[in-house]
Design a protein around this ligand. Structure first.
Ligand code: NI
Length: 207
């Protein structure tokens, strides 16, 4: 599974070869350039199934990508790996040309062994409390770079609301607007009793 590929325009990810990436599924949370930059090239080289909100999948089809699965907020769908539920995110969403990209989204993905929440770009919001009513998360991917999304303290609140004890940080350090102090982040999560992983580009984590 691949989420929101922003690789070739990202100097931090220059060691990653986009041409080698062949996922089975690609999830797109919203239309911003720093989430879809490599979506079309990876989708066409891999033939992967692209999952996103209706407007995103329509846009991909207009770029010649046929293998798409449209969803919308609140809906869930079974795939061969498990079930995807598309959940609310509070952010904006437009394509690089400024056209409407639908509503931004997050995903809860689960099967009998695993369950995780990929929040996309979002503010902290109360709907996150709905997730543990139905799902027992093993981990959550949460943005925490501030300025465009939640900051570290909001991400700790989001972890509490969603009931997860393990967080993988996202959306930090890529641009000057969103650099974070890693030590401070680790300290804050530690005192909240939540595991935080801030992965290096290309790093692997086994949970
Ligand atoms: Ni965004």
């Amino acid at each position: 599974m691949l989420f929101d590929p922003f690789i070739s325009p990202n100097p931090l990810a220059s060691s990653i070869k986009v041409g080698d990436i062949k996922p089975d599924y690609m999830f797109i949370s919203h239309g911003h350039q720093d989430h879809i930059a490599d979506a079309v090239s990876i989708a066409s080289q891999s033939g992967c199934t692209c999952i996103g909100i209706w407007e995103i999948t329509q846009w991909l089809q207009a770029q010649g990508i046929e293998n798409v699965h449209p969803m919308n907020i609140g809906g869930s769908r079974e795939f061969d790996f498990g079930t995807v539920k598309m959940v609310n995110a509070i952010h904006s969403s437009s394509f690089p040309d400024g056209s409407f990209a639908g509503q931004p989204a997050g995903f809860v993905i689960h099967n009998t062994e695993d369950c995780f929440y990929y929040a996309g770009d979002t503010a902290l919001h109360q709907d996150m409390q709905l997730i543990p009513r139905r799902y027992k998360l093993k981990c959550a991917f949460l943005p925490m770079g501030n300025n465009f999304t939640m900051d570290i303290l909001d991400a700790i609140d989001a972890a509490r609301m969603t009931g997860t004890h393990t967080v993988i940080g996202m959306h930090y350090d890529t641009f000057g607007y969103i650099t974070i102090n890693h030590e401070e982040a680790h300290r804050a999560f530690q005192s909240a009793g939540i595991n935080l992983h801030l992965l290096k580009i290309g790093e692997t984590l086994t949970l």
